[in-house]
Design a protein around this ligand. Structure first.
Ligand code: ADP
Ligand code: ASP
Ligand code: MG
Length: 471
């Protein structure tokens, strides 16, 4: 059971989380393992503090005071036993002292490397796990906080480290399996930090923003859990981001493939890697609402009940850029595409979407804005011979764009769908800059101007998803 930052926003939310956990542990046969994110907003504060310290701005000290205040308030409201409370405050203050020392170091050297950034951004989970464990112990249920840096092993790709599943599985099972499989009255409820991990050298890493979902599925797969539950602040996966389409509704069942596509294309309700570890073991994943625990939520599984609508959901990726490589000389020239992809790979850029006109006059690559300039500069350098000879006429970079993805297993063999989709967009005057369709026909993705995002998503939702079958 993973509880996100929104479920841990303040003491009263943390109490609701504990209610859910405790009611589950009271069932003799079940020993849930809990994964927590940092309290809401804490990771953002930690990153802001690092940025301030790096630029020599000592306002980071106020941010540490804010964090101290937030966590002390929560301790006061959540722990009544004096000895549990005193120990917890000592532990939280020690963590914040360590944070202050590291930030002071960053201020002095005016540099925050990705490695130091990972260390700093993971402090929130260390505090929230102690807090929830202490509160549950305070309610007379044995509970133990676990630092995931001891049980999840990754490489050193800071910011989004890759997990070593074999070693992590062994570490997870040796730390936790005994307490779970031989459950006794004193078996502790483990409260594990989401998001953080470490290298074999013991250097702190993170699994990427929103990575606690992934932590939960890594643990679920390693421990052969019955299921993985992601507890958040919405009733499940909705047909579109509810902040854009208020009438979006909860999808009761969705396949692994569809959910992976939705999360890859920006539905932040689950981290895109979350389903990787559980697919192999065929563990179902449930998305549930901490504020509305009796709602059924969304079930993600190998197969989902058939739906009588062509699309399942809509997702979008903000702030992307498009690199357009154009030139008549590319037509029929073998090896050009491989040179383009090799060049982009050298800069470490993650390509989200690719399109190639069938005339081969142009290839478009879409990636995040912060990666696009470096990728475009790399292409200009690596393809300079073809630019000089005129094989390639231009390499253009366009910023401020948005990818919209329409997803659904029913799209397969659904003739006329693209026509309806693009005419719905045409009616609202949204201009489409590039289109791609997965060969599995599970998604159609297209690029538009960032300003057209809300209009486009609302129009597609109205055209395909206006009928909520549960309503
Ligand atoms: P948590 O703090 O629990 O990890 P997140 O903020 O990471 O929560 O993810 C939940 C949020 O994802 C929701 O509040 C919602 O605004 C947003 N969201 C975006 N797209 C979707 C979608 N298709 N279905 C549900 N929620 C979505
Ligand atoms: N606390 C981390 C973040 O804000 C991880 C998570 O919430 O899943 O990105
Ligand atoms: Mg999240």
């Amino acid at each position: 059971m993973k509880f996100g930052g929104s479920s841990l926003a303040d003491a009263s939310r943390i109490k609701s989380v504990a209610d859910i956990v405790i009611s589950r542990t009271e069932n003799e046969e079940i020993s849930p393992v809990i994964v927590v994110s940092a309290m809401k907003g804490v990771t953002d504060i930690l990153i802001s503090a690092a940025t301030a310290a790096e630029s020599g701005d000592n306002s980071y000290k106020n941010l540490i005071l804010d964090l101290k205040h937030k966590h002390h308030q929560a301790v006061k409201a959540l722990v009544s036993d004096n000895s549990i409370g005193v120990t917890l405050l000592i532990d939280i203050d020690a963590i914040l002292d360590e944070l202050a020392e590291i930030l002071h170091g960053v201020e002095l050297v005016k540099e925050c490397s990705p490695r130091t950034g990972d260390l700093i951004s993971g402090f929130g989970e260390r505090m929230s796990s102690l807090l929830l464990a202490a509160h549950i112990s305070d309610r007379n249920i044995s509970s133990e906080a676990v630092d995931a840096r001891d049980i999840i092993r990754t490489d050193d790709a800071h910011g989004r480290a890759a997990v070593d599943f074999k070693i992590s599985g062994e570490l997870i099972r040796s730390r936790m399996a005994a307490g779970i499989s031989e459950k006794t009255d004193n078996s502790p409820v483990f409260i594990v930090t989401g998001f953080i991990a470490s290298t074999s050298q013991g250097v702190a890493t993170t699994l990427g923003r929103n990575g606690s979902d992934y932590t939960a599925s890594i643990l679920g797969a390693a421990l052969d859990a019955d299921s993985v539950e992601i507890w958040t602040d919405v009733d499940g996966i909705l047909t579109a981001d509810p902040r854009i389409v208020p009438e979006a509704w909860v999808i009761d069942e969705i396949s692994f493939q569809e959910a992976m596509e939705l999360s890859f294309f920006g539905a932040e309700v689950i981290h895109p890697f979350t389903l990787r570890p559980v697919i192999e073991k065929n563990l179902p994943v449930f998305i549930k609402n901490t504020m509305n625990p009796s709602a059924p939520g969304t079930k993600i599984a190998r197969t989902a009940a058939p739906k009588n609508r062509p699309i399942t959901g809509i997702a979008s990726v903000d702030d992307v850029s498009m690199i357009t490589i154009e030139g008549g000389g590319m037509v029929g020239m073998p090896g050009i595409a491989s040179r383009i992809f090799a060049s982009v790979a050298r800069t470490g850029t993650n390509i989200i979407m690719i399109t190639q006109a069938s005339s081969e006059h142009s290839i478009c690559l879409v990636c995040r804005r912060d990666e696009a300039l470096i990728a475009a500069q790399g292409l200009e350098k690596d393809l300079s011979d073809t630019l000089h000879s005129g094989i390639i006429r231009s390499i253009r970079l366009t910023d401020g764009l948005e990818i919209i993805a329409v997803i659904g297993e029913n799209m397969q063999g659904h003739p006329g769908l693209s026509g309806k989709l693009f005419s719905a967009l045409g009616d609202t005057g949204v201009n489409i800059l590039a289109i791609a369709q997965g060969s599995t026909e599970l998604n159609i993705s297209f690029v538009i101007k960032g300003d057209d995002k809300n209009t486009a998503i609302t129009a597609i939702h109205r055209a395909f998803l206006s009928q909520n079958p549960g309503a």
